[in-house]
Design a binder for this molecule. Sequence first.
Ligand code: MEV
Length: 318
Amino acid sequence: MPAISSSAPGKIILCGEHAVVYGQPAIALPISDVQTRCVILAKPNAITRQVLVKDHAFGLDTDLSSLKPEHPIRKTIESVLTELSIDHLPACEVQIHSTIPHSGGLGSSASIAVALTRATANFLGHPLEDIIVNKIAFEIEKLHHRTPSGIDNSVIAYAKPVFYMKDTPIELLKLDHPMVLLIADSGIKGSTAKAVDLVRKRWKSSPIEFEGYFVEIGGIALKIKRLLQTGDLEEIGELLTNNHQLLKEIGVSLPELDHLVDVAIRSGAYGAKLSGGGMGGNVVALVPPDTAAQIRSNLLRSGAAHVLVARISPPARR
Ligand code: MEV
């Protein structure tokens, strides 16, 4: 049997993170400049049903059965087996390669779950529909982040821009206008689970104030959704910066993230904000295409560890 390979992109939350956990809308985009690739190689000559797991990102090189039952990799493979009513995987080697930095807000955990779900199902000869891949990846996200909204697995499973609201059907967005985003890594690892827990604690102690923030953030996502259709990048940029201010007020920014946001704006970005859980991770800036290189080098000179240039293009017309 030839090797089976499946890839999944990373993601960026354009707006609405945290508030989305409380039922507000948010917008996320797949970022294919960073990827997870999962390869499964059959080992037909193996005597036992041994499944080897090599996760290059985490330096994992072990037998699947030696992972804890709740380990996301083991759980992903077992969820696919359950979904397909198949009892075990034939002997094989599962390799996970990822260029998505973990704890950076770029969806590394959801991307691994999606790529591994698809590769396992394909290896077993039963490709799964996106809706099922998404359902499995959401369960795996709960192991990583306890109470995720489901936006990360959705944007990655569908590999399309999404307008996402918990417990409502996922709306895939067709972006008609090109955009250039700079994704600047602060170099500080941020735990989404910790950031979500912190916001929950603050929401519990000041519910009225926090509901107010969430509604405001949700309002920004609704406006940006409309503006994405008209392509008014300046107005989208301003709203992104307002969104950053609100994230700062709910307590998930850091001085380093605020600094990168300021540098991007002072260098000519339409707007910028932290993206994802915050307390580290990335800042996303919407920039005019002709100044992207200059803004990028200013960000690098001002402390960004890496800056990715993501060009979002409208889908090709047929
Ligand atoms: C993480 O990418 C986005 C958060 O809103 C958490 C979630 O939606 O699950 C912080």
